[in-house]
Design a protein around this ligand. Structure first.
Ligand code: SAM
Length: 210
């Protein structure tokens, strides 16, 4: 998936991945991260997810990275926040009190740009990438966050029935990316209502990595 694939999806409003409300598995599992008030949560490939509104409402700080600037502007508009824009080493940083969103490619984000991270939340980010990029992405994520604890949401389904994205990711693969530095536990799982893109039945799973 190159960057033009995602820009085209935003341009044509082919954004079925966007949920109208905070993700229920995330809401039910977030306490497992055991974070202090004001903790800074990193959301890679954040789109304009409503999960950000939920985290802000719970008193957390959020830092996100998203390729598509239009998505980021929509995010702030829907949050009813007017951010300040600045340049940040080739990326654009949109900032307001408890929120920083960087517009650019995740692979151009360094630990210095990102700043301190208390936890990572990955929904529809790992599963959005093909396998070769997933290897690169998970290594990069661990480097720029110094292996911060991670709440991860994945899909599992028969990959021969639908080509993705989202891609099907099983526990063994998560272990291959993260097993060296993390203890991995599955917290919950639910059937995807209507299946994956209405084509194949699938499960949505939430994992805690710490
Ligand atoms: C499947 S969407 C998920 C968005 C969000 N996490 C959510 O739950 O709604 C994937 C998002 O990642 C963005 N994206 C894809 N590749 C990226 C990259 N290399 N760097 C930053 N953002 C990227 C896309 O523009 C898209 O908004």
């Amino acid at each position: 998936m190159d960057v033009s694939f995602w820009h085209e999806r935003w341009a044509s409003r082919d954004i079925g991945f966007h949920e109208g409300d905070a993700n229920q598995l995330m809401v039910n599992s977030f306490h497992e991260l055991d974070l202090a008030q004001g903790a800074r949560i990193f959301i890679p490939l954040c789109g304009k997810t409503r999960d950000i509104a939920w985290m802000l409402s719970q008193g957390y700080h959020v830092v996100g990275v998203e390729l598509n600037e239009g998505a980021v502007l929509e995010l702030f508009s829907e949050l009813d926040i007017e951010p300040v824009a600045s340049e940040a080493e080739g990326l654009i940083r949109y900032h307001e009190q408890n929120i920083d969103i960087f517009v650019g490619n995740i692979f151009d984000v360094t630990a210095e740009i990102l700043g301190p991270v208390d936890a990572i939340y990955d929904r529809a980010a790992l599963v959005a990438l093909p396998l070769v990029s997933r290897r690169q992405y998970t290594k990069h994520l661990q480097t720029i966050t110094d292996n911060a604890p991670l709440l991860l949401i994945t899909y599992e389904y028969d990959q021969t029935k639908y080509e993705g994205p989202p891609f099907s990711i099983v526990g063994d693969e998560i272990n291959s990316h993260y097993g060296e530095h993390y203890h991995i536990s599955q917290l919950a799982s639910r059937e995807v209502p209507g299946g994956i893109k209405g084509v194949v039945s699938g499960k949505e799973k939430v994992w805690l990595l710490n």
